[in-house]
Design a protein around this ligand. Sequence first.
Ligand SMILES: Nc1ncnc2c1ncn2[C@@H]1O[C@H](COP(=O)(O)OP(=O)(O)OP(=O)(O)O)[C@@H](O)[C@H]1O
Ligand code: SF4
Ligand SMILES: [Mg+2]
Length: 355
Amino acid sequence: MKAALSTEHLTVSYDTPQGLVAALRGVSFTLFQDEILGLVGESGSGKSTLALAISRLLDPRRTQVSGKVLIGSRSLYDLSSSNLRHLWWEDIAMVFQSSMNALNPVLSVKDHFADTFLAHRPTMTRTEIRKKTISLLQQVQLSPQVIHSYPHELSGGMKQRVVIALALALDPKVLIMDEPTTALDVVVQHSILAEVAAIQKERHLAVLFISHDFSMVSGLAHRIAVMYAGELVEITKSALATGHSTPHHPYTQGLIQATPQILGGRVRIQGIPGEPPDMSKLNPGCAFWERCSQRLDKCQTLPVPPQNTHTFIRCHLMDSSSSDFSSQSQESQGSSESNGSRGSRGSKEEIAHGR
Ligand SMILES: Nc1ncnc2c1ncn2[C@@H]1O[C@H](COP(=O)(O)OP(=O)(O)OP(=O)(O)O)[C@@H](O)[C@H]1O
Ligand code: SF4
Ligand SMILES: [Mg+2]
């Protein structure tokens, strides 16, 4: 498997009135070619910051970035601004959070596409642009007539499809989608997800798909990365994500248990108690410590070392010196499993460090 995009110890701090506050802390992961990697986490965990950092779209006057982002073999933060402009949309494209509201109200759909093509492919003729635009609209199940519409004439789902088609216009290799369906009803959400899956397969795209919704992402992505307080705490294979024999980070367990189940009997949804930590006052150990029902004495003070394998769990319960992860997991899962919730159990040997 070839890497399409990778980060090495990517760290981002925002300049705030209280000083520099970290939003991303040492994030390392690889997105492979022809893969959908889901990224989940609570609001404020740093998902959009990661998306902006790997596109080099953060304002350098208000942010401090360190670490590496590699697109193929090119180091993003070492590129000149003209090389960066080529890379945007041609190598890496992004569907921003709430981007359907960013369509220009005074431009027709046709004009949005023409602007993009003329900026990057100035030799394209009007006829070629029109043909390519119609083909892109059809790929996202929109009729060719939409080409003449203005944003206010389109439904939310249609606008989101236009934005996805625009992101695909220059045949990028990597597509970052930040909550592309959050504002849509579940039926439209479902059909857009099916289209994203089909387009990814057909174009062999590498997709980073960001969402709050663990169950939605597990149905779409090949692997799921879980973010908490600016760190990746777990990467798991989606096929195993909700299996009964899969161990998970305690935060991932909380996300899974907070997911409503359609099948089975009535189940009390268990949220994750407490609030995400204040990023300006983190303890030196695990950021999840205050909310973790399985915490150990050492967790508050002893940093949990970062990992950069294809799948991992970053938690002191995985340390060989700690008491057995599986027995702790089973203990904490026992009550939820008995009332029908999907729990996660298993031994740490079951974590495969490979795809
Ligand atoms: N421009 C900014 N200036 C200062 N702080 C910021 C800025 N943008 C984001 N933050 C802070 O960085 C942290 C991460 O924010 P981010 O938007 O990346 O989270 P998120 O996981 O995408 O959340 P959501 O799910 O709500 O979209 C938050 O604490 C947020 O308040
Ligand atoms: S390191 Fe400790 S506090 Fe953090 S998630 Fe694991 S058990 Fe809980
Ligand atoms: Mg966000």
